[in-house]
Design a protein around this ligand. Structure first.
Ligand code: ZN
Length: 377
């Protein structure tokens, strides 16, 4: 049996477009099928064939990319898609057979995965029940071996857990060895860094992406400058940092530091990419729901000083660029037809993304789309 949705050409008509970088003036008819986006034309320029979806009053965006997600259940991939999140950058779980199960799910958001993170023998992750002992690294040689294991398992990038000095994470030499081995294999390194000390270690080790944002302080201007100058992408997961600061209620840790870090990074010209740390794992500092949280994150990024257009880029074109996903993240003929139709204009008010009207993944309409609910900001 062939499914009509997979083969039928579709055109969203008379719609405003945010193309992943900018919002070109005017209204457009955007055509696509399972092979990708086939046309972006001024409304009425051609008579589109196939299914028509009235986009009047709405804005069409590239499907959103959440650059920091975890899973306990492959069904969560479908949950993401219902909220317009069509690509999930998975930042780690174990065992490898569960990652393989996620990859094979065949529904919902398209997955990229780090597989099992690499963590120090004495850090926070070493205390997570069930964390694989083999992936706790102490020496540069162990780091190289675990990167080789990730490569053999088909990881799309390497996740490295960094801690502030003295907190049991990988040493500078071990972190640098992991980065060097990953780069030699053509993989990016995403470093978990939730303190200023871990940020500094990540810069020194040459990581590609820093994820989370410090709760202990705002990095000093030299460190902020070095992140921007090195071209390191930051995925601050403000949603998680806000929840963590609230739940831990440790006086020295403040969400204001995380928010102000984003403000400083953006001013320095660093690339900020949207990610939520969505998860429902027991024991994590804060439960972050899949899908709706990315809409929360966009609001928090705007609150931290990004313009709505910058926030939308951070979840579309900039995210695709940061992770080398050249087939998506923009509305352009030839790219994957991962698309999100919302009501209203998220460029004037980013919260409009919450009003999800339709979602397509690889040209196929997603059933039972979900609105992100009342604004919490
Ligand atoms: Zn995470």
């Amino acid at each position: 049996m062939t499914t009509a949705a997979a083969t039928t050409a579709t055109t969203v008509t008379d719609v405003a477009v945010f193309d992943g970088t900018d919002a070109p003036a005017g209204r457009f008819d955007v055509s696509f099928d399972a092979s990708g986006i086939t046309g972006v034309l001024p409304t009425g320029a051609a008579r589109p064939a196939g299914v028509r979806v009235d986009g009047a009053g709405g804005t069409l965006l590239p499907g959103l990319i959440d650059a920091h997600v975890h899973f306990l259940d492959p069904e969560e991939l479908s949950t993401l898609a219902r909220f317009g999140v069509t690509t999930a950058l998975h930042m780690g779980t174990w065992p490898p057979r569960f990652v393989a199960e996620l990859r094979a799910a065949g529904h919902g958001a398209d997955l990229r995965s780090a597989g099992t993170p690499l963590a120090g023998t004495g850090g926070t992750h070493a205390r997570i029940p069930g964390f694989p002992a083999a992936d706790l690294i102490e020496t540069p040689e162990q780091a190289r071996r675990r990167v080789a294991a990730r490569v053999a398992e088909g990881a799309d990038y390497v996740k490295l857990i960094l801690e502030r000095p003295g907190a049991g994470g990988p040493s500078p030499e071990t972190a640098a060895a992991a980065v060097e081995a990953a780069h030699a294999a053509g993989l990016r390194v995403v470093a978990h860094a939730s303190s200023t000390g871990a940020f500094a270690l990540g810069v020194r080790a040459g990581v590609d992406v820093l994820t989370h944002a410090p709760l202990d302080a705002v990095p000093d201007p030299d460190l902020v400058r070095s992140v921007a100058d090195a071209g390191i992408v930051v995925v601050p997961t403000l949603t998680m940092m806000r929840g963590t600061a609230h739940n831990l209620a440790v006086p020295a840790l403040s969400y204001d530091h995380a928010r102000d870090t984003v403000t400083a990074l953006r001013r320095a010209g660093a690339v900020v990419v949207a990610g939520t740390d969505a998860n429902d794992a027991p024991g994590v500092p804060a439960a972050v729901p899949h899908g709706s949280s990315l809409h929360d994150e966009l609001g928090l990024l705007v609150e931290a000083g990004l313009s709505p257009a910058e926030a939308l880029r951070s979840a579309t074109g900039a995210a695709a660029d940061a992770f080398g996903l050249s087939d998506r993240g923009r509305i352009r003929p030839g790219l994957r037809a991962d698309l999100l139709l919302v009501t209203g204009d998220p460029l004037s008010r980013v919260h409009a993304t919450r009003r999800v009207r339709a979602v397509w993944t690889a040209g196929r309409a997603v059933d039972a789309v979900a609105q992100a609910g009342p604004e919490r900001l």
